[in-house]
Design a protein around this ligand. Structure first.
Ligand code: H79
Length: 448
């Protein structure tokens, strides 16, 4: 009896203070907010002091400091002696930064959420952090709250475009972190004085609905990750809708969090039993802007669409990255790619948003065909227009009630039943609205 009373007491206490306890078993039991699974497409933005040298990649400082010759030579050729990386911050000016223009572009891309780097591994804060003086965008360069301005512009679109923040736990050269590392993570001044105050500050000030954690060098108990996430899920202003990824300490990626990012550009190609995200960048090489990139370095729209459909078919979302310039421009080639994506989704989004994996993920006979499902419909994404006039779907079995349409085309498509699957006759290309990839919408079919 006493025991029962204790149990009740603790249960009440737990409800009063929120239901999640600071351990992974409890945190992982929280159901995924559905908006995230339905959204499928997000935009990632890598913007920081690395956007000033805009050379090589966003790991510029790390490579230069560690004596990589390309970076050392670049600095010797182009900057006065004694120029330091922090000196770049003065040129992070953002004079063309128009957050409303950015938000309009992200909306036009068909994305349902936006994730901005609040602070990358260099430690520079794109918001007026009180714990990072004087290494923030409020004190140096732009003298603006870059995070706050985008949060406001994105939130004007309501739940159709949600706002999220990337945050790097570790900072390459922060002396507090380096000391903790030297002490085998048994001291945690960096976490208590820097990382955690900043994370709580970001959530309270900007109410992001995604915390995209990165730079989880160290054990999760060192970072205090579960304590922060239990506060986020129980008490924070975004407790009902927020989602977090999985980079919260050694051993966490692929094991803990609302959804798994595992590693950059993760795209396993087979159905996953936990929600996941494929974060990739429009530049094959870098997440941050780099001036020397040539046109061949950018993913063609066909590749972006391949990433989208192969990811969504296997239960994932895509997070498409752009790297703005130091002055706040999203380079036109990236803008074009995002607008192409939006153009394609405007025609074909029915098979993407709110969809769920089907019984087969890709076709058993024809390569470049991926599937999703929604309500009573099955969608086949055909990445290659057929060389002759038809595509044979080995994974689909027609029934007497089967109907086949193509999104962006008026009228039904003819098909014939095959020994293995069905053969769908494609219409004349000139009468089809979609480009780059085509979506068959099928009713009353079975998995072969
Ligand atoms: O922010 C982007 C990357 O900078 C970041 N995650 C994405 C979203 C990232 N953090 N850690 N890593 C990626 C993995 C680190 C890989 C490394 Fe390297 C291999 C570090 C040094 C060698 C990649 C290649 C980065 C520099 C060279």
């Amino acid at each position: 009896m006493n025991c029962l009373r204790h149990l009740l007491y603790f249960a009440l206490l737990a409800t009063a203070r929120g239901q999640y306890t600071p351990d992974w078993d409890s945190l992982d039991s929280r159901p995924l907010p559905q908006w995230y699974d339905d959204a499928k497409v997000g935009i990632f933005i890598h913007w920081g002091v690395f956007s000033v040298p805009s050379y090589g990649l966003e790991w510029f400082w790390y490579h230069w400091e560690n004596g990589f010759s390309t970076f050392v030579n670049f600095m010797e050729r182009n900057y006065r002696p004694n120029f330091t990386y922090p000196d770049f911050a003065a040129q992070f000016t953002a004079e063309f930064y128009d957050p409303h223009q950015w938000a309009e572009l992200f909306k036009a891309s068909g994305a349902k959420y936006v994730v901005l780097t609040s602070k990358h591994h260099e430690g520079f804060c794109n918001w007026p952090s009180k714990n990072s003086w004087p290494w923030t965008s409020m004190q140096l360069g732009a003298k603006r709250d870059l995070v706050g301005e985008l949060a406001q512009a994105v939130k004007e679109y309501g739940p159709e475009l949600r706002f999220g923040l990337y945050h790097s736990l570790f900072e390459w050269f922060n002396p507090l972190f380096q000391d903790d590392q030297k002490n085998s993570y048994e001291t945690n001044d960096f976490v208590t004085r820097k990382t955690m105050p900043e994370l709580y500050d970001l959530v309270t000030a900007y109410e992001p609905e995604i915390i995209w954690s990165d730079g989880d060098a160290g054990p999760d108990w060192y970072w205090n990750s579960t304590v922060f996430i239990s506060w986020l899920f129980n008490e924070s202003p975004v407790k009902d809708s927020v989602v977090v990824n999985d980079r919260w300490g050694w051993g966490c990626p692929g094991n803990h969090g609302s959804y798994y990012t595992v590693q950059d550009r993760y795209n396993p190609g087979i159905l996953q039993n936990h929600k996941w995200e494929n974060a990739f960048t429009l530049d094959y090489i870098s997440w941050g802007y780099r001036r020397e990139a040539r046109v061949f370095s950018y993913l063609p729209i066909e590749e972006v669409l391949y990433q989208l459909v192969s990811t969504v078919s296997c239960g994932g979302n895509i997070l498409v990255n752009v790297g703005p310039t130091h002055d706040g421009i999203i380079p036109p080639i990236m803008e074009e790619r995002l607008r192409q994506l939006g153009e394609w989704l405007a025609i074909n989004g029915e098979g993407v948003y709110g969809s769920r994996p089907w019984l087969h993920q890709n076709d058993t006979l024809t390569s470049g065909v991926w599937y999703t499902s929604k309500n009573d419909k099955t969608y086949a994404f055909v990445l290659n227009w057929p060389e002759d006039t038809s595509v044979t779907l080995g994974a689909v079995e027609a029934t007497p009630d089967t109907k086949v349409n193509m999104l962006g085309y008026v009228g039904e498509l003819e098909f014939t039943i095959q020994d293995l699957g069905m053969e769908v006759i494609f219409p004349k290309m000139s009468r089809v609205k979609s480009q780059w990839a085509w979506v068959l919408e099928m009713t009353a079919v079975n998995a072969a």
